[in-house]
Design a protein around this ligand. Structure first.
Ligand SMILES: C[S@@+](CC[C@H](N)C(=O)[O-])C[C@H]1O[C@@H](n2cnc3c(N)ncnc32)[C@H](O)[C@@H]1O
Length: 322
């Protein structure tokens, strides 16, 4: 691939713009002619036309007759609200898109510069904007599809699990799947207050509300104790080493003496750490190799006891309190 293709910002921005303007849904609703389409989207006809012609040249949308647009297979990926969660510039997609403008500062300083774009750090920004936070939660939940509930390396181990604590579990998508699959298990969801309040309908839809406890608290504070299994899915890479170790330490304390802690999403044996650049710009997080993780876990009072891979391809690491 040549340098100009690699450095093209035009196409990604055009995709975000048509996503924000719900162009695919408007075409699907019958607004195929550019004047109609622009009017329906509240956009300037000529400008939208130019954007769409560019995207057609890149393989997104088709223009079967001049000034008439239709969906092709790629454009159908823009249909529906769930598919737009990560692209909508007026919502959480805008947080991710504009945050990339802070990458240079992050690289120069080694610290996230999200506040340069949004005036506050990432988590504080979500707290200050509940409507954006709700879209973030939706992207983490429905936006990532149905999570794979099999987070134990040896499936036979589920027989001994009665209580699961999902730490930083978002609105409960994974916990709901676990409880649906394992009727004898009870679950506790731990996350920030604004997120936990959005979990009710997830558990209700899964028919598991009677086996769930929700705990609105920070995972930097002591966690509910006595669980058989503590899960951290897509949490540790949000944080620099010091904070990630502190979260693991809270899990180790709560799981002590006989529970276990499972980390889903990270590097498997022999793999390099993912660069996790989005985490770098949003939250100053990082990926870690298994060796780096092992060292961190020891500092937190945990020993890695098993590693494996879920059917979904995600690496899982099991730890026990030391
Ligand atoms: C990347 S999301 C992962 C959510 C979920 N585990 C998943 O895989 O979909 C990180 C989660 O950490 C939560 N979180 C961030 N800071 C937290 C804190 N201090 N205490 C508890 N949860 C926190 C966020 O609200 C969010 O739900």
């Amino acid at each position: 691939m040549d340098l100009w293709t690699l450095s093209d910002l035009c196409t990604p921005w055009c995709v975000h713009v048509v996503a924000t303007l719900r162009i695919a849904d408007r075409i699907a609703a019958g607004n195929e002619e550019i004047g109609q389409l622009a009017a329906a989207a509240g956009a300037d006809r000529d400008s939208l036309h130019r954007v769409l012609r560019h995207l057609v040249s890149k393989g997104l949308f088709a223009e079967p007759a001049p000034g008439r647009f239709s969906l092709n297979e790629t454009a159908r990926g823009l249909l529906g609200e769930t598919n737009l969660l990560g692209l909508d510039l007026d919502a959480f997609g805008g947080r991710m898109a504009y945050a990339w403008g802070t990458l240079l500062s992050a690289v120069r300083t080694g610290k996230p510069a999200y506040h340069e774009a949004f005036g506050r750090g990432f988590w504080e920004d979500l707290e200050a904007h509940p409507e954006i936070a709700a879209k973030f939660d939706a992207l983490m939940g429905p936006g990532h599809g149905v999570p794979d509930w099999r987070v134990l390396v040896d499936p036979a181990d589920w027989e001994s699990v009665r209580t699961v604590v999902d730490v930083g579990g978002g609105t409960g998508a994974l916990l709901a799947e676990i409880l649906r699959a394992r009727p004898a298990v009870r679950g506790t969801l731990v996350d920030l207050p604004g997120t936990v309040v959005r979990s009710g309908e997830v558990f209700q839809a899964a028919g598991v509300s009677d086996r769930v406890t929700t705990v609105a608290q920070s995972f930097f504070d002591p966690l509910p104790g006595g669980g058989d299994l503590y899960i951290l899915k897509s949490v540790l890479f949000d944080w620099p080493d010091r904070e990630a170790t502190a979260i693991l330490r809270r899990c180790a304390e709560a799981a002590y003496p006989s529970g276990r802690v499972v980390i889903s999403g990270g590097a498997g044996p022999g793999e390099e750490a993912d660069p996790e650049l989005l985490m770098m710009v949003l939250v100053g997080g990082r990926g870690r190799s298994l060796d780096e993780f092992r060292k961190m876990a020891r500092e937190a009072g945990l020993e890695v006891t098993a590693t494996g891979r879920q059917a979904s391809g995600r690496a899982i690491v099991e730890c026990r309190p030391r």
